[in-house]
Design a protein around this ligand. Structure first.
Ligand code: SF4
Length: 331
């Protein structure tokens, strides 16, 4: 990549003409020197606005089952501990009942959210909990017409089909990082397991949301590789999380400081690798982007509002204010 030319602008023109960014072009995005960040953000904004205008959609999530996870994802507060001891600061509760889920859906709709995401801890919901959740969805759908997304761990074809029949149209299952780096984050399952769930959901014509975490010690090449994996899987939405260190988890204190520049370049990368897909600003946006969130809106078209699973976040109303003040429209 010729660093003396306005290559971000040329790249945007190529993408707007229907081309796909190459691996080298995407590497240039994450490797870009600071002096090119402005040009990169401007080019990314052109691509974003060509496909989404100045629209922003907001999603609300509910932690529907907390703790009790036997997996060892190194960034997660809900992971098992080495001695199987429950972390005192993680609230542990079983699957929320239908009434609680329905109340959350009604509130999310009243706020104006575009989607209600029901998230459960663990690699896979136990069968009885899975069936109970799908039964509850009927109640949720009677209470509110808000579109539902389920993030309920691994799905095979049978479960994906049952989700489809329940009326939920979206599933979330994050790839998190590249296949190469995945074993550094987790030893109890593989990224191939995660890909299998996304493929099963695709076969059942569910829309697929699959996100990443930035700042867990990955290289620039890892970021590009996961962006390309998500493009190859043709997922519909990509939440981008920024790692927030959680005390007493294996990654705490072992990751390089996540800079604003890296966060912004990562957002540009996911937009330019997947121009027409929903790119979602997710956990850690408040901590790592702060007052620069309006700049990030030039790359993303959607945000989670009102907090995350084990990390608090900006509430819905102030998120809307920030979006409008930046010249975007909440739809
Ligand atoms: S990310 Fe999910 S599977 Fe991994 S430890 Fe946390 S709750 Fe368990």
């Amino acid at each position: 990549m010729d660093q003396t030319t306005d290559w971000p602008s040329s790249l945007a023109r190529r993408l707007l003409a229907g081309a796909a960014a190459s691996r080298n072009e995407l590497l240039a995005v994450v490797d870009a020197p600071r002096r090119q960040l402005g040009a990169l953000l401007a080019a990314t904004r052109r691509v974003r606005e060509a496909h989404f205008g100045r629209d922003v959609r907001l999603q609300v999530l509910v932690n529907a089952r907390s703790g009790q996870c036997g997996q060892d994802c190194g960034y997660c507060a809900q992971r098992k501990t080495e001695r199987g001891v429950e972390r005192p600061d993680v609230v542990r509760y079983p699957l929320l009942d239908a009434a609680a889920l329905a109340r959350g859906a009604v509130t999310a709709r009243e706020l104006g959210a575009d989607r209600y995401c029901i998230v459960t801890s663990g690699r896979q919901l136990p069968r009885r909990a899975f069936e109970r959740l799908l039964d509850s969805l009927q109640h949720v759908r009677e209470a509110s017409d808000i579109p539902l997304c389920l993030s309920i761990g691994e799905l095979d074809d049978e479960r994906a089909s049952a989700v489809r029949q329940s009326g939920a149209r979206w599933i979330n299952h994050n790839l998190n990082t590249s296949a190469r780096y995945y074993p550094s984050l987790c030893s109890t399952h593989t990224q191939a397991d995660r890909v299998a769930t996304l493929r099963a959901a695709g076969r059942q014509r569910l829309s697929r949301c699959s996100g990443v975490i930035i700042g867990v010690g990955e290289t620039n090449a890892d970021l590009v590789d996961v962006a390309l994996s998500l493009r190859e899987l043709d997922v519909d939405a990509i939440p981008v999380n920024f790692y927030c260190s959680i005390p007493h988890t294996p990654l705490a204190g072992r990751t390089p400081r996540l800079t604003l520049e890296r966060c912004l370049k990562a957002l540009c990368l996911f937009r330019l690798a997947n121009p027409t897909k929903q790119i979602r600003l997710s956990a850690g946006r408040e901590r790592h982007l702060g007052d620069a969130q309006p700049l990030a809106l030039g790359a993303v078209d959607s945000l989670f509002a009102g907090g995350y699973l084990s990390v608090g976040g900006e509430n819905y109303e102030s998120t809307c204010r920030m979006v409008r003040a930046a010249g975007y429209r909440v739809v």
